[in-house]
Design a protein around this ligand. Structure first.
Ligand SMILES: NC(=O)c1ccc[n+]([C@@H]2O[C@H](COP(=O)([O-])OP(=O)(O)OC[C@H]3O[C@@H](n4cnc5c(N)ncnc54)[C@H](O)[C@@H]3O)[C@@H](O)[C@H]2O)c1
Length: 264
């Protein structure tokens, strides 16, 4: 894909899937901006990719607005926004506190809205742009009600924005990663599930893989490849869509509902 001359902002781009997306977009020629709450790691990743690190807390609209202003002032444009920053708190719904619910909605749904709103204003003026929202495969999943609710909100936002921004040649799509077992922030939740089910990691992994038709874990690079396609010229006629990168997995996650009794 040729992204030469394009400026891409990746929220939560310092680590995990976001870093893989930033790496891929930089490889394809874009100037990448790592917008992460972790300033130190944002700088390390930005240096590695010859990009720019800007500390950003997506839960704060002022922080997000400053990010977009700095990018447009310093780099002159904003072509690609990847809303990747996200958190998960894995609990039964009956164990979720008010603060748990707010933390998840604020980072995932509110943060995505703030960034879409700020970037869309710039992209409308440019008469071009690509917004990619990282969600998850939507559906029932024990221990994930607040998380799935936040990602469902993003999916609703994606579909509405796609219509509102289409007249300005801005496309808005969602990408839904499958299970990524190691090397991302989600790893601790998979390990907790293995423990909950009384399984050692090898047994748990074998059981997870049985639910994935293509027979392996999703990798951050699999997700990055889909993002690279959706932001490319090849995808200029695609908007308001969601793309699962799940190896064919369609089930309810890694914890059978009856075994979800009890709490993590
Ligand atoms: N890993 C998986 O299996 C998986 C599966 C489906 C969807 N996802 C989604 O992919 C995205 C990335 O997940 P990951 O597993 O790579 O996570 P991760 O924890 O490895 O990385 C998340 C990054 O976001 C940053 N971040 C957190 N809060 C922030 C905030 N308020 N403002 C700015 N940056 C913030 C973190 O510092 C970190 O660098 C998330 O939206 C997640 O919901 C992950």
């Amino acid at each position: 894909m040729n992204l030469k001359g394009q400026v891409a902002v990746i929220t939560g781009g310092a680590a995990g899937i976001g870093k893989a997306i930033a790496t891929r977009l930089a490889h394809d020629g874009a100037s990448v901006v790592i917008a992460d709450i972790n300033a130190e790691l944002a700088e390390v990743t930005a240096t590695e990719l010859k990009g720019f690190g800007i500390q950003t807390d997506v839960t704060q609209s002022a922080s997000v607005n400053q990010l977009v202003e700095k990018v447009t002032t310093d780099l002159g444009r904003l072509d690609i926004l990847v809303n990747n920053a996200g958190i998960h708190i894995q609990k039964l719904a009956t164990d979720l506190s008010d603060d748990d619910w707010d933390a998840i909605q604020n980072t995932n749904a509110r943060g995505c809205f703030y960034a879409c709103r700020a970037a869309a204003r710039v992209m409308m003026a440019q008469d071009s742009g690509r917004i990619i929202n990282i969600i998850t495969r939507l559906g029932g999943n024990p221990f994930s009600s607040a998380y799935i609710a936040s990602k469902s909100a993003i999916w609703g936002l994606t579909q509405c924005l796609a219509l509102e921004l289409a007249p300005y040649n801005v496309t808005v799509n969602a990408v839904a990663p499958g299970h990524i077992g190691v090397g991302t922030g989600m790893e601790k939740w998979f390990r907790a599930k293995a423990e909950l089910l009384g399984q050692d990691w090898q047994t748990f992994e074998a059981n997870v893989l049985k639910t994935i038709p293509l027979g392996r874990w999703c990798s951050p690079e699999d997700v990055a490849a889909m993002v690279a396609f959706v932001v490319s010229d090849e995808a200029s006629f695609i908007t308001g869509e969601s793309f699962n990168v799940t190896g064919g997995w369609t089930g309810y996650g890694t914890t059978p509902p009856r075994q979800a009794k009890g709490s993590l």
